[in-house]
Design a protein around this ligand. Sequence first.
Ligand code: NAD
Length: 266
Amino acid sequence: MQPIDQPTPTVSPAASPGAVADLIAMLLPARRIVAFTGAGISTESGIPDYRGPGGVWERKAPPTLGDFLDNPETQQAYWERRRFTYPALLAAEPNVGHLALAALERAGRLIGVITQNIDGLHQRAGNDPDRVVELHGTAHRVGCIACSAVWSGAEIQARQDAGESFPRCVLCGGALRTATVLFGESLPPDALRRAASLAQACDAMLIVGSSLVVQPAASLPVLARERGAKLAIVNRMTTPLDALADVRVAGDAGPTLAALAAALGT
Ligand code: NAD
């Protein structure tokens, strides 16, 4: 996963009814919608994004793969920080935007979700886990770097809450990491392959709450476009792919997706 340098995005005004109507008109004839989601779909569940105002990036950028693997100090700082951030992720509930995408899937309009998110909220909202591609992994699984043993995030959190601020593998003593993709690390090949298949199979891609500056994830809407799919972008701010979109809704994901799902008869 690699960030790319982009000009600072500008904040757009609240979603206009006209833009939402355009979104509905674009997706009404679509039969194979794929949602492509980023951290912005989960801000209304109380999870901060990376690059929006007040996002994680402004406070502390996440570690790179090399830094994490080479430095026990980086690992320790990561786990000490996660002890205080993971409970909020564990407690977060899907919002109306997640629920709208699940309703679109139940209605037979949405064939899959490609997400950069690690929070598991699409599955919690009711999307079929087999149709959700987690491009950047999940925060809810933790593995040992040395012996590959696996635990749930909640189990490791319980150990931390019991006093182990820097947990290690109980089987071999190895370092632990979450099943998330770090900067400088390749995406899981199977997830990338499934995501590319969805991008090529969809007749419309609904891009929600992504800054579209992390590669290779941000190349998937371009692939969909090249294969003839319509593109819609829902975002509070501008993105580098706005010029490629057929429709752009500048506003919050939740109410926009709820209006869309209602109009599509879910
Ligand atoms: P990002 O933080 O780079 O961008 C978020 C985008 O969403 C911004 O463009 C912002 O304007 C927009 N946004 C914020 N709230 C919104 C809302 N309510 N409605 C509409 N738009 C909204 O996120 P990204 O593009 O997903 O990329 C970066 C990385 O962030 C990913 O690798 C992901 O793993 C990681 N991340 C995930 C979570 C999560 O799982 N919830 C949270 C933070 C970061």
